[in-house]
Design a protein. Structure first.
Length: 418
């Protein structure tokens, strides 16, 4: 179960109420007309899980592998990485997921040195099929591990891409195992498509429960039972020029990759030029409590009041490690937490920080997971995707394109062509 508490110090007026009504209608239209396909992934991806499970049962290569090497960047890796980070501690026997994302030679060499070809499955993911970082790393993998696609080696290579893409044609040429992504599912909204479901299922995670949690959120939202999302979206869309940054302060290291996924989802979707030619979009910032209480929090507390803060916490980490009831000479000042659990300490810090930030008249809200499990993660993913679509609609932008990113890609091609 997840609870959502708003403390935004804001009341929606007539303009905001009109925006909420319009945006809710726009999302209904997007879902019915297939403008954005992520709304249907919680149901449609069940078929992918069934197919992957059958593949796993029949493939000796998969059975003998303990590592899944995911070759992808941005939306092709961040969501999967986030789910893996949040659940890994609960799945000690899950296959290792290794992400080859950045064409950083030091990082690639370090990760290459940990890979054993005969114990690995390689999944190359590119929606367009021509992502230069991904395809370049894929080439390096083929050469480094002497993978011959004309031999049985091809059984350990899987591709995930758009139907009809360049990578799709490559797959057909070599007879590789492949899964497709819907054309109307953007990369940053694709974690519950084959992009995330395939590697996570092969790794051994309960992806059916992940999809069930997300499906429940979709159902509740379109049944008009999640009004808090509309209110939060309206606050962000109507006040972003004053509160130019939205900080996600997540309490727990296992949430760090989720904050990175949020930053991409938010930044690439909402930083746009609106229909009137204005540059719009709140800046997303991801931080981890309590670590970043000792750095960024000071800026929130006494710096410019240009930020809103979302606190994300886990009520029960299901790990009962207590602070020893030990009195250390000269440093007894910290004894007030003796005998309490680290879970209690972390959450008390979250609550205290939220209260202190709110007292500074900074708009805040709290998202609380009762525990970290597949259903809650699935719901949380859909919460942020739906919230992003709502804000995009209210800002009068195309939430699903990224023309600014495409410009940089064109310049890169020109530089290498000189």
């Amino acid at each position: 179960m997840i609870t959502y508490d708003l403390n935004l110090r804001w009341q929606a007026g007539d303009e905001a109420n009109e925006l909420m009504t319009e945006a809710f209608g726009n999302l209904i239209y997007e879902r019915e007309k297939g403008v954005a396909g992520y709304y249907n992934l919680p149901v449609n991806s069940k078929l992918i899980v069934t197919e992957v499970q059958a593949f796993m049962a029949s493939s000796e290569v998969v059975k003998k592998s303990d590592t899944i090497v995911v070759i992808g960047i941005g939306g092709s890796s961040l969501g999967t990485k986030a789910v893996d980070s949040m659940l890994r501690h609960k799945y000690p026997n899950a296959k290792r997921l290794l992400f080859l994302e950045n064409p950083d030679p030091v990082d690639l060499e370090r990760k290459f040195s940990t890979i054993e070809k005969e114990r690995s499955i390689f999944i190359v993911i590119s929606k367009s099929g021509t992502t230069v970082e991904t395809i370049s790393i894929f080439k390096a993998v083929l050469k480094r591990f002497d993978i011959d696609l004309q031999s049985d080696d091809k059984e350990r290579v899987i591709a995930i891409t758009d139907e009809g893409s360049a990578l799709c044609h490559f797959v057909d040429t070599h007879g590789l195992k492949a899964y497709t992504i819907g054309h109307n599912v953007g990369g940053r909204f694709s974690v519950l498509s084959s992009v995330g479901v395939v590697p996570l299922t092969i790794a051994g995670y309960d992806t059916c429960s992940l999809l069930a949690g997300s499906a429940k959120m979709v159902e509740r939202f379109f049944d008009a039972k999640e009004e808090h999302m509309l209110i939060k979206a309206a606050f962000i869309a109507t006040n972003w020029r004053e509160y130019r940054m939205n900080v996600l302060f997540a309490y727990g290291n296992l949430l760090e990759d989720f904050t990175k996924w949020y930053v991409q989802l938010w930044g690439e979707s909402l930083g746009k030029i609106d229909r009137c030619g204005n540059r719009v979009g709140p800046t997303p910032i991801g931080h981890i409590g309590s670590v970043d209480q000792h750095s960024f929090l000071q800026l929130v507390m006494q710096g410019p009041r240009d930020k809103s803060v979302t606190f994300l916490k886990v009520e029960d980490f299901e790990k009962d490690i207590k602070i020893p009831d030990i009195n250390l000479e000269h440093i007894q000042k910290c004894d007030y937490v003796n005998g309490r659990s680290f879970n209690e300490l972390l959450n008390a810090e979250c609550d205290a920080t939220m209260e202190s930030v709110s007292n500074e008249e900074v708009p805040v809200d709290m998202i609380t997971l009762d525990r970290v499990d597949e259903r809650n993660i699935g719901e949380l993913i859909l919460y942020y995707e739906l919230l992003t679509s709502l804000v995009g609609s209210m800002l009068h932008i195309d939430t699903y394109d990224q023309p600014g990113v495409e410009r940089g890609k064109k310049i890169l091609v020109e530089k290498f062509g000189r």
